[in-house]
Design a protein around this ligand. Structure first.
Ligand code: TXA
Ligand code: MG
Length: 323
């Protein structure tokens, strides 16, 4: 079992001696280590059982740090960082030599963000180095949005979980890069929507993945964020429920409550997508812990934050059943 506490000094001492520590961010909890220390980086890949071909995000404490770790800063990115940092936006930049190829999985770009969590921002300001931090879950499973989720999934692999309470945003940061003409390209959908980016940058593209892609991102591994329980995603819950009456089912909906004995998790009683995103992984963790036969999730409207929620549900699902 890992120690769960709010003491920053314990985190500082571990991180400055090549150890890894779970840290809170506004999106999900991260498994953090010194971004400039190969031994810490190695421990992260081992604890998560993460393929070395999947690069890590570097978390910095302020915009003044950026030029140490990147070779080139497109003008348009400064407008975006000014608006969205600290916050749930990760940006791909050409990496400087300080960043090792282990961090970027041999890619020429490095992913950078400033998280918006008071505890982790304070920790980053104390430390003399940036932190790499992938989500603090075993590779492929649901990301953690509380210290208790981290304990349940990685508690036997790490010493310390810095407790910052439940994550306020609840799904991983939006990841963008830039085209040759410096158009922002969304590689992973998140709380910051295509419209949000377009409002600031004037233009935006959404990346669709191809087998020959040079850039590797989370968006490209199709199975991801998955509970152990079988999960169906559908736009017609009634049909699935009527076909599976004999099974023990858990239901995830945005707002609707069904008149049934099945376990139900309503993500937002007022139908608010931000609130739903915040609760999404807690719903999956909870229903997954009940040892059910099946979890059925209802598709969200494909707009705004619903785009990112549907993206995560699609990757979590064993089957997508659309009428
Ligand atoms: O919200 C978040 O981004 C959370 C918190 C902890 O900051 N972190 C997170 O990390 O979601 P992770 O490792 O679970 O997902 C980040 C994804 C990776 O799967 C990787 O594919 C992509 O970002 N990525 C990282 N560096 C990249 C790079 N240089 N080029 C392309 N994709 C990259
Ligand atoms: Mg992850």
């Amino acid at each position: 079992m890992a120690l769960i506490d709010t003491n920053l000094d314990i985190a500082y001492d571990l991180l400055t001696t090549s150890e890894i520590v779970a840290i809170p961010t506004e999106t999900v909890y991260g498994l953090a280590g010194n971004a400039l220390d190969l031994s810490a980086i190695d421990k992260i890949f081992i604890a998560k059982n993460r393929p070395r071909t999947n690069p890590l995000i570097v978390h910095i404490s302020g915009i003044d740090e950026l030029n140490k770790y990147v070779r080139y800063i497109p003008d348009i990115s400064l407008k975006l960082t000014e608006k969205f940092w600290p916050g749930p936006l990760t940006i791909l930049f050409p990496k400087s030599d300080v960043i090792s190829s282990e961090v970027t999985a041999n890619q020429p770009t490095v992913a950078i963000r400033i998280p918006q969590h008071p505890v982790t921002l304070r920790l980053l300001k104390m430390l003399p180095f940036p932190l790499v931090a992938p989500s603090a879950n075993p590779s492929g499973y649901i990301s953690p949005t509380s210290a208790q989720h981290v304990q349940a999934q990685l508690g036997d692999k790490i010493k310390y979980i810095l407790d910052g309470g439940p994550c306020t945003k609840g799904i991983e940061s939006t990841i963008i890069g830039f085209d040759d003409d410096e158009t922002p390209v969304i590689y992973r959908k998140g709380i910051i929507t295509p419209d949000d980016i377009k409002k600031i940058a004037g233009k935006v593209k959404i990346h669709t993945s191809h087998a020959h892609d040079k850039v590797v991102t989370a968006g490209m591994s199709l199975s991801h964020y998955s509970p152990k329980t079988l999960l169906y995603l559908t736009n017609d819950l009634e049909v699935i429920l009527s076909k599976n009456k004999d099974k023990r089912i858990g239901i995830i909906t945005l707002q609707r409550k069904f008149n049934t004995d099945f376990e139900q998790y309503v993500l937002s009683e007022k139908g608010d997508q931000e609130e739903a995103a915040k609760n999404l992984y807690a719903a999956m963790h909870y229903l997954d812990s009940l040892d059910l036969d099946l979890i059925v999730a209802e598709m969200f409207p494909d707009e705004g934050i619903g785009l990112a929620i549907n993206d995560r549900l699609r990757r979590a699902a064993d089957e997508v059943l659309i009428n």
